[in-house]
Design a protein around this ligand. Structure first.
Ligand code: ADP
Length: 235
């Protein structure tokens, strides 16, 4: 019996050799699996029996390979029709998966301060919340600004009165705040971080009078998604 393996597609490298992740280990497609792909490319749709015949193997011997290739997305199987080549390279399959990642699946809890709180309070909130970006809200809870680590450092240099300076003096303020939405693609949020050269974005809900902050997307979230993509045990 074929042991149940969970794995994910790794990538297709320059030499065209494809890899799978099996139980977290990078595994190259076997010669037999590559041969199966070639047979199906040329002859598909083709039944499992016919593939087995061409390889002079039994259908049962081939079953695990066909299961792997189908689950990894190289081949597709239709009942009574057989296997056919999906025409997708490893890179295309990875791209497809990335395009399914939504901001809401990766967002973290936002840490917010009110605009009249002091720079000192904001620094404390940054440490206590273990974050690098704070969002600033007004009395009604609407987004009015963003505070980065360097904003707070800049305000602190040579300033002994950090308790006396409210954050609205030093924050980057609306309407110059780059935001994203829970249903956005994670890749779009990542692109905003790069284009604007910032570390984090508030995930917002648009209400009548402004933005309500419901989450936070940072470079860390994007890194997590990237690592998950490669180590994920399901395609
Ligand atoms: P740091 O300043 O610590 O390097 P960032 O690169 O995130 O961190 O911030 C750079 C500047 O951009 C800061 O002045 C910050 O207030 C501002 N900023 C950070 N995030 C945003 C955002 N989502 N929208 C607009 N401005 C932002």
């Amino acid at each position: 019996m074929f042991p149940f393996l969970t794995y994910s597609l790794y990538n297709t490298n320059d030499s065209g050799v494809s890899h799978l992740h099996v139980g977290g280990e990078k595994v190259e497609l076997s010669d037999r699996q590559n041969k199966i792909i070639e047979i199906v490319k040329e002859n598909g749709p083709i039944t499992g029996e016919k593939i087995a015949e061409q390889l002079s193997l039994s259908r049962a011997t081939l079953r695990p390979d066909l299961a792997i290739l189908t689950m990894a997305g190289y081949l597709d199987a239709r009942p009574r029709v057989g296997y056919f080549y999906t025409g997708k390279t490893g890179t295309e399959l990875l791209t497809k998966k990335v395009k399914q990642y939504k901001v809401k699946e990766f967002q973290s809890v936002p840490v917010v301060v009110k605009e009249n709180q002091s720079v000192y309070d904001a620094i404390s909130a940054m440490f206590l919340g273990d974050v690098g970006t704070l969002f600033v809200v007004d009395e009604e809870g609407y987004l009015t600004g963003v505070l980065s680590r360097k904003d707070l450092l800049r305000a602190s240099i040579g300033n002994q009165e950090l308790n006396a300076v409210p954050v609205h003096i030093i924050m980057t303020r609306m309407p110059n705040i780059t935001v994203c939405y829970a249903n956005d693609l994670l890749i779009e949020a990542g692109k905003k971080l790069i284009d604007k050269q910032i570390d984090g974005l508030p995930v917002v809900k648009e209400l009548k009078d402004g933005y309500q902050v419901i989450g936070r997307i940072t470079k860390t979230n994007i890194t997590k998604a990237f690592v998950e993509l490669i180590l994920d045990e399901q395609v």
